[in-house]
Design a protein around this ligand. Sequence first.
Ligand code: NAP
Length: 266
Amino acid sequence: MGLLEGKNALIFGLANERSIAWGITQAFKREGANLGISYAGEMLEKRVRPLAEQVGCQWVEECDVTKDDQIKLVAEKAAKHFGKIDVLVHSIAFAGKDELSRPFHETSREGFRNALDISVYSFVALTHAFLPCLNPGASVMCLTYGSGAVKVAPHYNVMGVAKAALESATRYLAYDLGPQKIRVNSISAGPIRTLAAAGVAGFRDMYKHFADAAPLRENVTIEDVGDTAVFLASDLSKRVTGEIQYIDSGFNIMGVQIGDKEEKAG
Ligand code: NAP
């Protein structure tokens, strides 16, 4: 029997087969969850629907998380279709290209507002909107990048600030919802080649350096993140809340990073 058998799980942020949300969707399917998928807008529908079909998902809904009315509507539709929800995954982020290539101090007010609205506030708003239909014991989770949130990742800029806020929001939500036995956690994934990552200047170098310097000497995959999400969604983690769960081949433990080449030379 799968670890998520009998659980209703909604995943927000599927764009294509490279999305972290796709790794999570597949892992949830493998573990027997009943799935619902939400995507950002019309443009994505033709990519998302065939993926949803692959995993036998019948609830596929559009939701632009900058729009309160769309969030409200999607929560109502989910409640009608599923009754109660056990797992809610937020795998959404956005920052303008300029903000991810210029020096951080040149971040515009509008760029800052947009990045934090889409990447952070939406997590709070979704959690609030779904609260009436979350079962006791439900698990809510989001995706962060700790290397850019608690430390500096060159060019990650306003997205690093957004992820720091997202991690903090995770703790505040965990505190709020704890008495209802609802858990809230973040998954901090190492760099993965996705559409969102392509917008970060210098991502390729960061990706390569990561595999060179991480203790396990390898990059992580969307399947790895899916497995971590299964743990957080399942009852195996029933006393885990407010945590930032790293899945990064151990990269974050390093104080000084030396790649394999430098080490051999050294
Ligand atoms: P992705 O496939 O591009 O997913 C990002 C998703 O956010 C897309 O589906 C995107 O839709 C959606 N989104 C953007 N604006 C939205 C809006 N207004 N309403 C609803 N959805 C919106 O990239 P990903 O790498 O899998 O990103 C998923 C999460 O993982 C993000 O939180 C990201 O920061 C995090 N993460 C990624 C990495 C990495 O290296 N890739 C590492 C750590 C954490 P559109 O395509 O339409 O914009």
